[in-house]
Write a protein that binds this ligand. Structure first.
Ligand SMILES: Cc1cc2nc3c(=O)[nH]c(=O)nc-3n(C[C@H](O)[C@H](O)[C@H](O)COP(=O)(O)OP(=O)(O)OC[C@H]3O[C@@H](n4cnc5c(N)ncnc54)[C@H](O)[C@@H]3O)c2cc1C
Length: 328
């Protein structure tokens, strides 16, 4: 086994049931490469490990530890923690990076408790200085940038999807298998599993690079088609404010904000959204924010890079036509 001499950063990659890496892989490995040598861990069902490991190399993993287990189909989270602990003991990393996805948060908490390490959640970046690893967070709706550092052990960090721009150079990874030994700890078991057929070809909200979101100002479920139209022209995901969700314009899965999804896209367009702190909490780290609102005093303009004061039913159709015209 080849040992890397530079500080290894252990990165747990989320893998789909069909063995594909989640979109969060690139930014996790990018964040790891910023501070050390990215060593990926992949826990997947038997037969999927090699392809997933090669894909991790393309995204910048220098070394990949692969554990294959049929428990992927029957257990929630605990088997991933078992595999991650094995990798942690083998690699002795300087930090462990995990996606801030639903599963990632579950795994991170269990892993930190099991290994008695400190946990830093929902990071938007990592760096290091003379004293060690620094974790960047965006808190209180993006109103404050906060840095944290652990005072003991190895930091376990969950990274917000879309929060990190760093990308690692492609590598030809050393691939090692981890002899998976489940600890049989109590865990929720999966009694049935049925993939939801994709209802739309739009990108999903989590991890989307462009998001078009609508709020109360859109007025109705029927008129939400205008939000979707703009999203489709831009190849964007569709989001919504809580009022839009509570009013039944769109399902709850579209909600952006404190009690919804957090997004950090390159472009976020807010249509008829006032910019309440709870909404901003989920989108303020977007790289470019565009707001269309008929109220010039709307809070959303405080954080918008570009703003249009106007009726969205007048502005958006013109915007859609102009975008279509540029494509022709
Ligand atoms: C504990 C808690 C958690 C919450 N979590 C969330 C959350 O996760 N996400 C979230 O979004 N909210 C959340 N909220 C609710 C939040 O406080 C706001 O009520 C909500 O974000 C407002 O939604 P909105 O901007 O669509 O509606 P409004 O605040 O009513 O704003 C509508 C905007 O549309 C504009 N408008 C109206 N008509 C037009 C038009 N024709 N053209 C252009 N502009 C127009 C208006 O000028 C106005 O600015 C939470 C609240 C609480 C208390």
């Amino acid at each position: 086994m080849t040992e890397l001499t530079i500080d290894p950063i252990l990165v747990l990659l989320d893998v789909s049931s069909t063995g594909e890496l989640a979109t969060s892989a690139a930014e996790l490995l990018g964040a790891a490469a910023r501070i050390g040598t990215p060593v990926a861990v992949i826990i997947t069902r038997p037969g999927h490990g090699q392809d997933a490991a090669m894909a991790a190399g393309v995204q910048g993993a220098q070394r990949v530890l692969v554990a294959e287990t049929p428990e992927v189909d029957s257990v929630l989270a605990a088997h991933i923690v078992d595999g991650l602990v094995l990798a942690y003991e083998r690699v002795n990393p300087s930090a462990v990076l995990i996606s801030n996805s639903i599963e990632g948060r579950d795994v991170a908490g269990r892993f930190a408790v099991r290994t008695q390490n400190a946990l830093a959640v929902d990071a938007v970046g990592v760096d290091c200085d003379d004293e060690g690893i620094i974790v960047h967070h965006s808190v209180y709706g993006g109103a404050y940038d906060v840095d944290s550092a652990v005072t003991f052990g190895t930091p376990v960090v969950t990274i917000r999807e879309g929060g990190v721009e760093d990308r690692a150079a492609a590598a030809n990874p050393i691939i090692e298998s981890l002899e998976y030994v489940g600890t049989g700890r109590r865990a929720a078991t999966i009694v049935s599993f049925a993939p939801e057929p994709a209802k739309s070809s739009r990108p999903s909200l989590r991890g989307a690079t462009r998001v078009v979101a609508g709020g109360r100002g859109v007025g109705s479920a029927e008129d939400f088609a205008l939000v979707e139209q703009l999203a489709d022209v831009l190849g964007a995901a569709v989001g919504a404010s809580r009022v839009a969700v509570d009013s039944g314009y769109v399902p709850h899965s579209y909600q952006v904000g404190q009690t919804g999804v957090s997004v950090s896209p390159q472009l976020y367009i807010a249509l008829g959204i006032s910019g309440a702190i709870q909404h901003r909490a989920g989108m303020q780290t977007a790289k470019t924010i565009v707001a269309i609102n008929k109220d010039p005093e709307a809070l959303i303009f405080e954080i918008a890079d570009f703003g249009v004061v106007g009726d969205l039913f007048t502005v958006v159709p013109q915007l859609v036509s102009a975008l279509i015209a540029t494509k022709d």
